[in-house]
Design a protein around this ligand. Structure first.
Ligand code: ASP
Length: 365
């Protein structure tokens, strides 16, 4: 670099007729000026951070084998490191969260893509959404049966469609027009999830024999057994742009074209560069009614409170009062990372602005 600067100065000096002292002064000024502008570019780069979740629910250490726990931690680590690499190499927050989410969609451990939960009819229907905090543009898809990576299709809706949300058969026509390969619904199915559906239907039939006053028991029973595993991610890139995305199979035994919060902008996903980005997981009906993701960003903007406080107000107070179980992950405009959940556990990982990696499943670790 210095050599280039000196060469440049040597090149112009014959025309300027300078003494050697003047020449070196000139070289010095150039070096300082160019060095300063390089530092400015470096200083201009926003701190990057990324956070992901793999679902919240009744996750107990004593009910999980050490091998399974290790598998979850390995996939969470791989996903967060992959997303973070996109950010450190100058990629966008959108690309970073897509990289992290597709890895989890492809893993049978999570309730998204391959390994998603079954609906009542024994099929898989997938929902996803993505939002960009700089433009407030968003893309969402719901009730997909043949798209391998719903988050990628949501991203394509954001980029290439005048609409925000496409569902069912229409979304799949759009996918084909966009060059997506369609897969068979069997691609998503795993034995583990089929057994979950069978168990839940058996429980439902058993509880249906009980007196009507047991309705509350039924709701609790169903929710605990749904073994959530929705995936989501939020990131902030070197330009300070926040993006958030969520992808899910919904809830086991869902019926009648049910769509949860994950593809609803403002409920399961929200991103605004002025406040924060949020991805949620939990009992979707409550998250839709509480407009969870947007409410957290709005509380930050209107009340001037921290991301952690805004998340806790919504997840630990508002949702708990309503009876909604689950959690959220998020990043604010200063690249602070925060989680909040009111369930026993939440699969989660982050790499914060200092580069510190955290991977946790249970309340404390
Ligand atoms: N929120 C998702 C839904 O209700 C489920 C989950 O997060 O596990 O569809």
């Amino acid at each position: 670099m210095i050599d280039e600067k000196v060469a440049f100065v040597m090149d112009i000096t014959p025309r300027l007729n300078l003494s050697s002292l003047q020449l070196w002064l000139l070289a010095l000024i150039f070096s300082v000026a160019l060095g300063t502008s390089a530092n400015l570019v470096a200083a201009d780069k926003h701190a990057v951070a990324i956070v992901i979740h793999g679902g919240a629910g009744t996750i107990r250490k004593e009910l999980m084998s050490p091998d399974l726990e290790a598998e979850y931690r390995a996939v969470l680590t791989k996903a967060i490191v992959t997303g973070h690499k996109v950010l450190t190499s100058g990629g966008s927050s959108r690309d970073a969260i897509i990289a992290a989410i597709t890895l989890m969609e492809d893993s049978p451990l999570f309730n998204a893509g391959h390994g998603a939960v079954f609906n009542h009819e024994g099929n898989i229907e997938l929902d996803a959404s993505i939002m960009e905090g700089r433009t407030l543009n968003a893309g969402a898809v719901a009730a997909l049966t043949r798209i391998k990576s719903p988050i990628r299709l949501a991203n394509s809706v954001l980029d290439n469609s005048p609409h925000v949300m496409l569902v069912g058969a229409g979304a799949e026509v759009f996918a084909q027009q966009q060059g997506f390969d369609l897969v068979s619904n069997d691609y998503f199915k795993t034995d583990r999830r089929r057994l979950q559906l069978e168990r839940i239907i058996a429980q439902e039939q058993a509880v249906a024999m009980l007196p009507a006053s047991s309705d509350l028991l039924l709701i609790k029973y169903q929710f605990d057994e749904k073994k959530l595993g929705t995936v989501g991610a939020v990131a902030i890139d070197q330009r300070g742009d926040i993006a958030a995305g969520t992808s899910t199979g919904g809830m086991t035994n869902k019926r009648f074209g049910r769509v949860g919060d994950a593809p609803i902008i403002g409920a399961g996903t929200y991103a605004d560069n002025e406040s924060c980005g949020i991805s949620a997981t939990g009992h979707g009906e409550y998250f839709i009614r509480a407009v969870v993701a947007h409410d957290i960003c709005a509380r930050m903007a209107y009340k001037g409170i921290s991301l952690q406080q805004a998340q806790d107000e919504v997840v630990q107070d508002k949702l708990v009062e309503m009876g909604g179980s689950g959690g959220v992950v998020g990043i604010d405009k200063d690249a602070n990372v925060a989680f909040s959940f009111n369930s026993l556990g939440m699969y989660r990982a982050s790499i914060d602005k200092r580069g510190d990696l955290v991977v946790k499943i249970f309340k404390q670790n």
